[in-house]
Design a protein around this ligand. Structure first.
Ligand code: RAR
Length: 163
């Protein structure tokens, strides 16, 4: 099973300087809960946005075309096919966690989408790519709680591929 998880603002913005454009700890909790004990796949830029630190308790896969790329405690893969093969061979779900180029490359192969919609407009430089939404149906929506630490209204929506 292959899933993708991301958070976007009203304009489909997902990133700023390889980081998140907003401060929304509830989304990180949701991200943590929905990737726990799964494989996570990220592009090289997103990995570097994490300060090259793998997420704990997950198999971390970094995708780069650079065959000399070295990083500790992650699996470095170089092609989409290698990642798909890894995902097929694994008994765990594999989650695509960003960024833009990686979501775009994996779109045809995704079975599930976990989207956080943030009701705000932010500044940044990375957007969620063009996507064929006709192939997916919404299966659940959960409102996030707004409080002092989570100032923007947000909702967690899950989609699955239409058979
Ligand atoms: N795909 C996503 C992501 C990805 C994402 C992107 C980031 O920057 C570009 C991030 O850095 C700010 C993060 C951060 C994640 C993070 N954790 N994630 C898992 C921490 C804290 C959890 C409360 C953590 C994790 C696991 C174990 C221990 C600690 O800081 C993530 C973000 N959001 C969504 N919806 N999709």
């Amino acid at each position: 099973m292959l899933g993708a998880i991301w958070a976007q603002d009203k304009n489909g913005l997902i990133g700023k300087n390889d980081q998140l454009p907003w401060h929304l700890p509830n989304d990180l909790k949701h991200f943590k809960a929905n990737t726990l004990n799964k494989n996570v796949v990220m592009g090289r830029k997103t990995f570097e946005g994490f300060g090259k630190r793998p997420l704990p308790n997950r198999v971390n896969i970094v995708l780069t075309r650079d065959t000399d790329y070295l990083a500790g405690n992650v699996i470095v893969l170089h092609t989409l096919e290698e990642v798909l093969e890894f995902a097929r061979a694994s008994d765990k779900e594999t989650m695509i966690i960003g960024g833009s180029q990686i979501y775009q490359a994996f779109e045809p192969f995704l079975d599930e989408l976990y989207v956080t919609y943030i009701d705000g407009v932010f500044e940044g430089d990375a957007h969620f790519p063009e996507f064929d939404w006709t192939k997916f149906e919404k299966v659940s929506t959960e409102q996030g709680n707004v409080d002092e630490k989570n100032k923007y209204p947000h909702e967690f929506v899950r989609y699955t591929k239409i058979k």
